[in-house]
Design a protein around this ligand. Structure first.
Ligand code: PLP
Length: 384
């Protein structure tokens, strides 16, 4: 490979390799939402976001199959052309009712939702206040918007208050954007205090609850734990606890109409396939009707944190920060040898020096397996 682009790519990869930051795909056969097979090995996964194991639930798979047979394998066009198949409107009505908003808009994915939503509501002359640990697609949306980006320290409402006090007057519109459950740390945003600040500074509030829907607040998401919080834009995905693919934004009717008219990742992208919409509808039925199921992933995570003497888990996500990328890769391999999959998460997904095993607990994990994992992880934490 001698052309200039390939030489550029090869040099970049060599640098990343040297820093233990090169990424590689591993073909993975997920067997049942809990167990998977890679490299000829059967492993118990603690790295899937399929918290309720719904990706392999018979009713969800059946709904996807019926939807594909009824409406086809693809939407055929963007929603505004001919891609607005009937399941999408049904799904939006269901989401709005579930979240208690006037309306909802379904997007192709969570990344597309935030990349389209943020530039629709703010632009040059406006400001976006972003939690420093917010998901990459919130940053992408903020950058695309052309608004000023004002980061605030993670979950630090005093810092947010100071930045709003200093900057708000110079901005036309202001948006505060945060995860509900933080994807790599598993902690919750203090939505009551953030909402209060938004109200006092005339700012709008966007909450990305990709990891909250289905697993906190009786399955209703992080907002359900903060009933007084006013959330203008309640975003979430079907790709985590819902077990499928796609995303949504719940908001007032005018806001949703504006998104449908102006959000570029909605207007210029093909509608969610019928199978994904059908699966999401079936999964939401289960989430809305089975409170015991939705409580289980957090209970499993708490069992793990109790056994290890860590702070109580606030969500099904438990980070075990080891710091160094090479050490974290070594820990992942050691766990794999014991039959566990716990994928190492490295920069730039997490800040430099905070490489970690990010453990995700699901409803179906067996208590004895969790105890075995805790023992293995405990041993790794001691061998610095
Ligand atoms: C996974 C995730 C997304 C992206 O959702 P996709 O549907 O996978 O594109 C967005 N925000 C957060 C917080 C996430 O964890």
């Amino acid at each position: 490979m001698t052309d200039s682009l390939s030489a550029f790519a090869a040099a970049k990869l060599a640098d990343l390799d040297a820093a233990h930051l090169r990424r590689r795909l591993t073909p993975t056969h997920r067997l049942d939402g809990l167990w998977l097979e890679r490299d000829g090995r059967r492993l118990l996964s603690f790295s899937c976001n399929d918290y309720l194991n719904l990706s392999h639930h018979p009713a969800v798979i059946e709904a996807a199959s019926v939807a594909a047979h009824t409406f086809g394998a693809g939407a055929g066009a963007s929603r505004l052309v001919t891609g607005d198949h009937p399941l999408l409107g049904e799904l939006e009505a269901r989401l709005a009712a579930f979240k208690g908003t006037e309306a909802a808009c379904v997007f192709g994915s969570g990344y597309l939702a935030n990349a389209g939503l943020i530039p629709t509501v703010v632009g040059p002359g406006d400001g976006v206040f972003v939690d420093e640990l917010a998901h990459a697609c919130i940053w992408a949306g903020a950058q695309l918007s052309g608004a000023r980006i004002i980061p605030f320290a993670h979950n630090d409402t005093a810092d947010l208050a100071a930045k709003l006090a200093a900057e708000r007057a110079g901005l036309r519109h202001a948006l505060i954007a945060t995860d509900g459950v933080f994807s790599m740390d598993g902690d919750l945003a203090p939505l009551d205090a953030i909402s209060d600040l938004a109200g006092r500074h005339d700012a709008w509030l966007l909450v990305d609850d990709a990891h909250g829907l289905g697993v906190v607040g009786l399955g209703r998401g992080t907002a359900a734990l903060f009933p007084d919080a006013k959330i203008d834009l309640a975003m979430g995905t079907f790709s985590k606890a819902v077990g499928g693919y796609g995303a949504y934004v719940c908001a007032s009717a005018p806001v949703i109409d504006l998104l449908r008219t102006r959000a570029r990742t909605f207007v210029y992208s093909t509608g969610l396939p019928p199978a994904s919409a059908g699966a999401a509808l079936a999964a939401l039925d289960i989430i809305a009707s089975d409170a015991d199921l939705t409580a289980r992933p957090l209970a499993k995570a708490r069992r793990f944190t109790r056994v290890l003497g860590l702070p109580d888990a606030q969500s099904p996500i438990v980070p075990v920060v080891l710091g160094d990328a090479a050490r974290t890769l070594g820990a992942m391999q050691a766990l794999e040898a014991q039959g566990f999959l716990a994928v190492a998460i490295r920069p730039p997904t997490v800040p430099a020096g905070t490489a970690r095993l990010r453990l995700a607990f699901t409803a179906a994990h067996d208590d004895a397996d969790i105890d075995r994992l805790a023992q293995a992880v405990g041993a790794l934490m001691e061998t610095a």
